[in-house]
Design a protein around this ligand. Sequence first.
Ligand code: GLA
Length: 403
Amino acid sequence: MSDPLADLFRASFAGDPTHLSRAPGRVNLIGEHTDYNGLPVFPMALQREVRIELRPRRDGLVTLVNADPEFEAVEFEVGVAIPPGPTGHWGNYVKAPAQELARRHAIIRGFDGVLASDVPVASGLSSSSALVNAVGLALAEVNELGLDALEMSEIMADAERYTGTRGGGMDQAISMCARVGHAARIDFHPLRLKHVPVPEDWRFVVADTGVRAEKSGPAQAAYNRRRSECEEALKLVAPRLARARLTPRPPAGYAEMLRSVPDDEVLAVGEEVLPDTLYKRFRHVVTENARVVEAQDLLLQADHPGFGTLMDESHGSLRSDYHVSSAELDELVAFAKEGGAAGARLTGAGFGGCIVALADTDTVDDVVESLVCGYYEPRKLTDRLDQRMFLAVPSAGASFGEL
Ligand code: GLA
């Protein structure tokens, strides 16, 4: 059978590829902007993925050719200080895992590889973490580092900061560790996953606004600012909790704080001490955390309407308190609901990108039709519709093997 990626390999290098490294994108079902606050998230991996066909080298060079001709090939020597390319260059997501692994382990072998991805780019579906993971896994395996999926997830989360985004660890963890047919609640510090089966008749519709949310563009500054705002809010609230004797000492993080003090008391103190914007950010984080905890139970009980309601509430909070939605995202959410979705929300960092809507086998066609008629047709975005909108299939995490 002809394999276009292998053909590209033969055209780019002499001989055949020997191994495949793959890592999926993800859709986050609930728990947005909580991971970098040390609080849980609830994503699942997608059937869309980054695939690298490769052949290990004897030296430390990495050469990676992208099947999409828009992206020029990258080539560099693996080391502890790899000079980055221009901001936003895709090669930085290739160099990121290489540098981080080299800082921690002996990386003596690189690889020649060709890459193809069907994860939509800059859409909130973690195309970048899928790339980081696929490259990182390839290098870890080629160098026989013997790292497990959890260790790899943590290293890859640190690695991606090379690109300038101070992300949490959600994307790398779900892309590395996901299980077929399951979503996962992910907790941090220490990193752990609880896999929860997705009921067979549930359907998650992913729909793209068509507005790119470039992680390396203006969205990066807005994202990093949200993160700082959360840190600042905690710094103001934590000592006040201790002074009010609600905690024995100022809690060191959101997780510790929410473990020790009921949400309503935390919010009351927050309202007292925080300026308006900071309070809103803080309120989103506290309430979103509660929604994640509840969502896990509701998924276990296959409570479709209940889970949908939480998704709606999450979107409302991301829009009004966290200010990361947009007119287009709000519109897609509204059309999904009009079509009969049990719930719908923006997914990923926001500022553009995708929504995720919860339907079931009976309602999914109406939801899709409502999105097409309400959003895509009036905007003349009906070309490549299968790229813009698809059903998310809960898929397996990254893997590496011989071809
Ligand atoms: C991006 C980051 C994640 C997470 C989400 C928002 O996808 O990479 O770590 O913070 O935004 O929930």
